[in-house]
Ligand binder design. Structure first.
Ligand SMILES: NC(=O)c1ccc[n+]([C@@H]2O[C@H](COP(=O)([O-])OP(=O)(O)OC[C@H]3O[C@@H](n4cnc5c(N)ncnc54)[C@H](O)[C@@H]3O)[C@@H](O)[C@H]2O)c1
Length: 276
């Protein structure tokens, strides 16, 4: 896709963080936007920011954990703006708990949003993308879709699964006019931790929420605006895979160099962050 001007771009989780910054960036590039989020107050702020730069915006409250809501939203977007050219499956949540102590309902909550939300978002919009001259699916995984970390088993499982789903989709669509990008952000300075459910930190101690938020701030070195700039660049350059942030490049290399020994380095890094 050479331009986003006049393209219908649908974004989930558009109220905060990466999704909001991406909405504002796409608005500036002349896209026509379909924005959704489960949090209506933050969604309204994002919509106002996009309309302030003159963008046409369709907004809807959508819980991506609910298949019926995603399909209803996709149909409504097509009726209001015409078939979408881009779907960005961005909505996601975080959860920190050990495998042994994880409640089934927390595990299911995260998988419904982070994994099934992306699967349904992709499948609901795919017919629209295919009906256009060109289309693009952007699925937001994580560096935690590349390496695993203690207490992140559910998040890791969702983001590793997304990577597999997205890479298979890319191959299936190889001969069509729809391109696919899997995004692996490193630490991005957003509300992901404050919006999550956290019981144990990576050193397995009970979580102190304010301390966890401070620790995240220390490692989340990339701004959401920079992440949005790179995601738009990946759509325009039709890149299959996007790592965001220096930390993401280091982690990706580490996993390739030490596939069965990186966990020792992860352990040392966690102890270091903990001491700071
Ligand atoms: N921030 C990071 O360091 C980081 C790193 C790697 C990957 N990611 C991924 O980036 C994506 C965006 O996260 P963010 O960092 O901008 O976090 P964020 O919390 O700032 O934004 C996430 C948005 O998703 C929305 N959301 C949550 N549950 C939802 C649901 N059930 N239905 C619809 N919307 C829902 C929230 O209301 C929020 O607006 C997520 O998929 C996250 O896993 C973030």
């Amino acid at each position: 896709m050479k331009t986003l001007a006049n393209k219908v771009v649908a974004i989930t989780g558009a109220g905060s963080g990466i999704g909001r910054a991406l909405a504002v960036r796409c608005a500036g590039l002349g896209a026509r936007l379909a924005l959704s989020d489960v949090n209506e107050a933050s969604l309204d702020e994002a919509v106002a920011r996009c309309r302030a730069v003159g963008a046409e915006v369709h907004r809807e409250r959508v819980d991506v954990g609910r298949r019926d809501e995603i399909y209803a939203w996709a149909a409504e977007v097509e009726r209001s703006l015409g078939p979408a050219e881009v779907i960005v499956n961005n909505a996601g949540v975080s959860l920190s708990q050990t495998v042994a102590d994880m409640r089934d309902e927390d595990f299911a909550w995260l998988m419904d949003i982070n994994f099934w939300g992306v699967v349904h978002g992709t499948r609901a919009f795919l017919p629209q993308l295919r009906s256009r001259a060109e289309g693009h699916v952007v699925n937001v995984s994580s560096v935690f879709g590349i390496i695993a970390v203690p207490t992140q088993s559910a998040y890791n499982a969702s983001k590793f699964a997304l990577r597999g789903f997205t890479e298979a989709l890319r191959m299936e669509l190889g001969r069509t006019s729809v391109r696919v990008t899997c995004v692996h952000p490193g630490g991005i300075d957003t509300n992901i931790v404050t919006n999550g459910r956290h019981y144990r930190d990576p050193t397995m101690r009970a979580v102190d929420p304010s301390e966890l938020a401070r620790a995240f701030k220390r490692v989340a070195r990339t701004s959401p605006e920079e992440a949005a700039r790179q995601i738009c660049g990946a759509i325009l350059a039709e890149r299959p895979r996007l790592l965001i942030g220096r930390d993401a490049f280091v982690i990706d290399k580490l996993q390739r160099l030490l596939p069965d020994a990186y966990d020792r380095l992860v352990g040392s890094a966690m102890r270091l962050i903990d001491r700071k």
